[in-house]
Write a protein that binds this ligand. Structure first.
Ligand code: PA5
Length: 358
């Protein structure tokens, strides 16, 4: 199916700054430099001594996704389990040999602060990563290291500043093998890709602008073709929610062959139209590649479009971030095309306000 003609707004710098007054697009385009800056943030941090038995990342929303990415990056070679906790409670195994990262961009997220009480009660070594708020104050009083993140961003836009310090601490503890050279190469690649997919490249030859146009008249279903890229599929979904203000879903191969595919049986002719985006990576197994082919043939027939987006770069970090950059740009371009400001997240703010104690 041919996408409709592209409105010129995405190719017009004046229109772009009018539609995106807080410059979310500019922040997304800085993903590469922020990867390098995030790595530097953990330089000199007093890393809790000794190799932990497990790693737990506590956070919500834009501050939690870094935990999922950390797990994906460390899987399957990681010598210890890594999990993300999006809850006020902790799993019972958390104790003095668990390394806990507390991620809250604002430092004021209720669930994260409640979980921090449990971390302290369990006596677990913890590192806080935040731009301030109550978390920073409490962690300092507890004597836990605090990694200070630049304030003034939306939490979701700060992703590299939240993830990279965890990766550096993990590598200093010997549970990850990331190197400075890899970080530099990733940053370089993302800078190059930001030019390739950025606002200066016209829609006619810009795949991110084109996909934004395609997804605009439907409901995106984002599928990770392998578990390695599952957190990226979630990131696409949440960026589409928060930047473009649309509903979206995500799922992952091979699990989706055991349930989601059946849900396509009645998808023909439904509105909004379900557009499939497949996130693919060179590391996916030949069995998963075959599974994707079979799902396309047997289940996804009702989808008006199926778009494959392939990870770019060499290292696993670069490949994950290349897919993140593409999805972030698509979500901002979609917002601009549909005339919504990508930055504010009013329902989140209103609900948080209502939840505040009197
Ligand atoms: O993207 C967002 O704004 C949210 O998902 C927040 O990240 C989430 O509400 C948690 O807030 P914080 O990141 O400040 O802990």
């Amino acid at each position: 199916m041919q996408p409709k003609p592209m409105p010129m707004i995405l190719d017009d710098p004046r229109e772009l700054s009018r539609a995106d007054p807080s410059d979310m697009l500019g922040t997304v385009l800085r993903l590469g430099p922020m990867v390098a800056e995030g790595w530097e943030l953990a330089s000199g941090v007093a890393v809790p001594a000794g190799r932990p038995d497990s790693v737990v990342v506590i956070g919500m929303g834009g501050s939690a996704i870094g935990g999922d990415l950390l797990r994906a990056l460390l899987w399957p070679a990681a010598p210890v389990p890594v999990i993300t906790v999006r809850d006020e409670r902790l799993p019972g195994f958390v104790g003095t040999r668990t390394l806990v990262f507390l991620c809250s961009y604002s430092g004021n997220t209720e669930e994260t602060l409640a979980a921090y009480n449990a971390v302290c009660a369990a006596g677990a070594p913890a590192v806080a990563i935040t731009s301030g708020g109550r978390l920073a104050g409490r962690a300092r009083r507890q004597g836990h290291p605090v990694i200070d993140v630049l304030p003034g961003l939306q939490p979701r836009a700060a992703l590299p500043l939240l993830l990279m310090p965890m990766l550096r601490v993990a590598s200093e503890l010997g549970i990850d093998g990331s190197t400075e050279a890899e970080i530099r190469q990733t940053a370089r690649l993302l800078i190059d890709l930001a030019h390739e997919w950025g606002p200066d490249v016209p829609a006619a030859s810009n795949p991110a602008k084109r996909l934004a146009r395609v997804l605009l008249d439907g409901r995106p279903a984002i599928y990770a073709a392998s578990p390695f890229v599952e957190p990226v599929a979630r990131r696409w979904k949440t960026q589409l929610n928060e930047n473009a203000k649309v509903q979206a879903s995500f799922d992952v191969f091979p699990e989706l062959l055991h349930n989601e595919v059946v849900g396509w049986e009645q998808a023909g002719g439904t509105t909004p139209r379900p557009h499939v985006v497949l996130l693919r990576d060179a590391e996916e197994s030949s069995r998963n590649a075959l599974r994707v082919e079979l799902a396309r043939e047997i289940a996804f027939g009702p989808a008006p479009t199926i778009t494959e987006v392939w990870a770019q770069g060499t290292s696993r970090l670069a490949r994950l971030f290349s897919l993140i950059l593409f999805g972030d740009l698509v979500s901002v371009y979609m917002a601009i095309l549909s005339g919504v400001d990508p930055t504010p997240v009013e329902p989140i703010t209103r609900i948080k306000t209502r939840l505040q104690p009197d």
